[in-house]
Each structure stands twice: as structure tokens, then as C-alpha cells.
Design a protein around this ligand. Structure first.
Ligand code: AMP
Length: 280
């Protein structure tokens, strides 16, 4: 496995691989890897000849009062995990933006809903850095988690709108045994908050059950989700939304496929989770 710091080194290796007809898969991460990240890497490993993992805590996707400074980092541990799952290249950029950087990639509308309301500049940072990663690696496929459903949706839109020619692969959410979606940010939770955090998943499951038994009214389902979340006495709901999976617009009735997404603050730690509600 190669650990690279410079864009040009990554470009050179990937260009050589492509010239030999090898396909390239990219897994963008902010490091502090867990089983959720590794599931993306395993899928990339199964589908590509060369697997590149980027590890970069991207400052432009953090708001001014967010956790950039204390975001957990452990490069040594990340590298040994990457080695174990057969990564070819870890790209841990020294520098991503030069001082003259003035260009931003903005996906309109879709980024103004759900997480975009409490994190107004977040997606602009995400799409810009992902466009830059794509520009250097020029992958055939890039892997993202369903856990960040809006992010995956926005990136797919960007890729299509800008004709980037990268196939966006979205992989299922990986959870702890008690249902909490894995996240690098889970380490921020106090033991008491950690005990309550699985209520996010339980709230999603309550909604799934209602839909399975015929409920279609979004207001009724949302009320039940909020009721389950209310048991998380240390939590504060940021949003609970049920939206069309194609437009991310709110709906009043569950369609054949709707996205139920939620975000809950535990202290300063904001947890997100989601499920697709399907009428079978
Ligand atoms: P991050 O390092 O948090 O930026 O995440 C990097 C990638 O891993 C993103 O595409 C996330 O959606 C994905 N990811 C994070 N947590 C999970 C999880 N629990 N299950 C599946 N994918 C995940």
C-alpha cells in the first residue's frame, strides 16, 4: 500500500494504472475509520483494480461553530485498517486548497433542505472537495454511504450535472449492535448520551412498522417518530422530515419510496440517520 501526500503523486500513479486498462475506485473519507468506511472500501475492492482512499478533514465543510478543531484523527490506525482491507493508495493530502482558491461547486435547492438548514455552507464544502478529489483521481467509481443520504444524493446530482463521468455507488448504513449508525462523531457522546442514541434507529423502525401496516399519512408518522425520540431526554431534535427520494421535497403521503431522515443534537454532537420507507 502506498501512502501519498502530494496531488501530483496520486495523479501519476492513477494515470499509469489507467493506461494499463485498470479501473479505479475512490472512497473519500475524513478518516478515523470504522466499519462503515471499511464496508465502502470492501465494495470498491470487489469492483475495481485500483482502490484509492482519501483521508482528509475538509475544513470548508465545517461551519464556524462546528467541530473542525476537535474532529477525531488517528492516521496510524487508519493506515493499518486500510492495509488489512487491501487498499492500494491512501491519499492524505498535505494541502488541498491553495491560497488563491476562489471556485465553489454549489448544487442548488437540494442543499437548502434537511441538513442544509442547520448547516448552510456544509454541502458547498462537500461538493467542492469531492469535485477536487475527482479531478485528481479521475475514478471510474466513487463510494458513499447511505448514512449520509442527502450527501450521496447531492453528489450524484453534481456528477450528472457537470458530466463528470464518475459512477456514484451508495452503500448501506453499517450499525453498532444496538442499532446506532456508526460515525466518527459517536466518540463525542457521553456514556449517558450513548445509551440514548439508539433511539434514532428505533424511531426509524417505528415508522417502518407503521408503513408496513398501512399508514400513509406523513403527519401521523412524523408525530410517532417524534414521540419515540422524546424518550431521548438528553437529545434535541434538529429535524424529522419525510421527503420524495427523487426531489427531496416534503410529501404529505408516503409514495412508493420516501426518505425519512432525521437529525438529533446530543449536546453539541449532531447525529443523523435515515431510512427509505417503501410500500411493498
Ligand atoms: P466521513 O469520514 O464521515 O466523511 O464518511 C466517509 C464516507 O463513509 C461517507 O460516504 C459516509 O456516508 C460513509 N459512512 C460513514 N458512516 C457510515 C456508516 N455507518 N455506514 C455506511 N457508510 C458510512
Amino acid at each position: 500500500m502506498n501512502l501519498l501526500k502530494e496531488k501530483q503523486e496520486v495523479r501519476d500513479i492513477v494515470t499509469q494504472a489507467r493506461a494499463r486498462g485498470r479501473s479505479v475506485g475512490l472512497v473519500p473519507t475524513m478518516g478515523y475509520l470504522h466499519e462503515g468506511h471499511l464496508s465502502l472500501v470492501r465494495q470498491a475492492r470487489a469492483e475495481n483494480d485500483l482502490v484509492v482512499v482519501s483521508i482528509y478533514v475538509n475544513p470548508t465543510q465545517f461551519g464556524p461553530t462546528e467541530d473542525l478543531g476537535r474532529y477525531p484523527r488517528d492516521l496510524e490506525r487508519d493506515l493499518s485498517l486500510c492495509r488489512e482491507v487491501g487498499v492500494d493508495i491512501v491519499w492524505n493530502p498535505l494541502e488541498m486548497y491553495d491560497s488563491g482558491h476562489r471556485t465553489w461547486v454549489v448544487v442548488e435547492e437540494l442543499t437548502e433542505r434537511l441538513c442544509g438548514i442547520s448547516r448552510p455552507s456544509h454541502f458547498r464544502g462537500v461538493t467542492t472537495v469531492v469535485a477536487k478529489l475527482f479531478g485528481v483521481v479521475r475514478p471510474d467509481r466513487a463510494y458513499f454511504g447511505q448514512k449520509d443520504a442527502q450527501q450521496a444524493f447531492v453528489i450524484r446530482r453534481m456528477t450528472q450535472d457537470l458530466d463528470m463521468g464518475v459512477d456514484i455507488v451508495v452503500c448501506p448504513t453499517i450499525r453498532e449492535a444496538d442499532g446506532l449508525a456508526m460515525s466518527s462523531r459517536n466518540v463525542y457522546l457521553t456514556p449517558e448520551q450513548r445509551t440514548q442514541a439508539p433511539l434514532l434507529r428505533r424511531a426509524l423502525m417505528a415508522a417502518e412498522e407503521m408503513v408496513a401496516t398501512g399508514e400513509r399519512r406523513v403527519a401521523t408518522i412524523r408525530a410517532r417518530v417524534e414521540e419515540v425520540l422524546a424518550a431521548a431526554t438528553l437529545g434535541r431534535i434538529d429535524y424529522v422530515e419525510i421527503v420524495n427520494t427523487q426531489t427531496l421535497q416534503g410529501v404529505e403521503e408516503i409514495g412508493s419510496e420516501s426518505l425519512l431522515a432525521l437529525a438529533v443534537f446530543f449536546g453539541k454532537t449532531r447525529l443523523i440517520d435515515n431510512t427509505i420507507l417503501r410500500i411493498s
